[in-house]
Design a protein around this ligand. Structure first.
Ligand code: 0X9
Ligand code: ZN
Length: 324
């Protein structure tokens, strides 16, 4: 793996296997589900010991957004091999579940047949493909999604009708109790989006999520000056329903849930030159570290070490008992 080229699915999957062979005590392969054409949604788990809270990264659900698997691979690499202390601490303090390509059939299609393919590859008559980011069971087929099979935002015949979203959502559900932070990687636009996509109302922990998100985007901009805008999906981009982050937030009640829209802001769009992989990876990693830092300040993700938390509780109860 290098950071100056975009890689095909087989290369990414083989690289994951290599990493697991190189770091057998911390890395393992995970299967998030299966695609329509029967491919495994392969990912990597990075864990320095059991009982940690989970950071989950879902990437490449839109086939043509090539920068997202590339940046996600960079994050994996940093977590395993960085010499930076803060990065090492982040790797140690959480269990990371990371899937660089959650739409493997579509990703292959963009490499072999049509570079700008977005959906999965399930046929419907003469048309092909469901927008996997409109197929999740939250406000399914609401605003910003289509019931027309030829549309690029076709929501599918029903919620979770697609193998990819059905299997992946089951996998995510099985971990839900421990997931503290869920990141969905898209491009482009340089945005950090938070739920929900059907309304601009500040629902759930909107204000906390905005504070944490804005500061993380401040950190992102330090290295190369790349500006990001933070907001809920509806206010920052457009109305969209049936997206993964809305379902993860609403159905699983995950505390912090964000969607990145990575570089750029329209110059190249999905055809972002490969020389922007490394800077995109670096600045995104910067922002994730700051996100963790800011989340902890607002009392999220502090149960990173279960033992640490319970010792603190015991100490607190004891002091209370003695003093009062
Ligand atoms: O339309 C989308 O699915 C996303 N934009 S994109 O240009 N990458 O297609 C925005 C939706 C944001 N919501 C989630 N990612 N959950
Ligand atoms: Zn996308």
């Amino acid at each position: 793996m290098t950071w100056d080229a975009y890689y095909e699915l087989d290369d990414i999957y083989a690289w994951i296997d290599d990493l697991v062979a190189t770091y057998p005590t911390v890395a393992s392969t995970i299967e998030g589900g299966t695609s329509h054409e029967g491919r495994t949604i392969k990912g990597i788990k990075i864990s320095h010991g059991s009982g940690k809270k989970i950071i989950f990264i879902e990437s490449g659900i839109h086939a043509r957004e090539w920068i997202t698997p590339a940046v996600t691979n960079y994050i994996i690499n940093e977590l395993l091999s960085s010499t930076d202390e803060e990065t090492q601490a982040a790797a140690r303090d959480f269990d990371w579940y990371i899937f660089p390509v959650t739409n493997p059939d579509g990703y292959i299609w963009t490499h072999t047949e049509f570079r700008l393919w977005r959906k999965n590859r399930r046929p419907f008559g003469d048309e092909v493909g469901v927008d996997l980011n409109r197929n999740w069971n939250n406000n399914w087929l609401g605003v910003g999604s289509s019931n027309v099979t030829s549309s690029n935002t076709y929501a599918g015949p029903g919620p979770f009708s697609e193998a990819e979203t059905r299997t992946l959502s089951e996998y995510i559900s099985s971990l839900a109790d421990d997931i503290e932070l869920y990141l969905s990687m898209h491009s482009s636009g340089q945005l950090l989006l938070l739920p929900f996509g059907n309304t601009t109302e500040p629902l759930a922990n909107y204000y906390d999520a905005m504070k944490i998100g804005r500061r993380a985007m401040g950190a992102l901009s330090v290295r190369y000056g790349t500006p990001y805008t933070t907001g809920n999906i509806a206010e920052a981009i457009y109305l969209a329903t049936g997206t993964s982050i809305d379902w993860v937030k609403e159905a699983l009640k995950i505390p912090l849930v964000y969607c990145y829209e990575l570089r750029d802001r329209g110059t190249y769009g999905h055809l972002l030159p490969a020389d922007q992989i490394l800077p995109s990876g670096e600045e995104t990693m910067d922002s994730i570290l700051e996100m963790i830092h800011q989340a902890r300040r607002l009392d999220y993700m502090n149960s990173g070490s279960g033992l640490h938390a319970s010792l603190l509780t015991i100490a607190f109860v004891f002091v209370n008992y003695v003093m009062f």
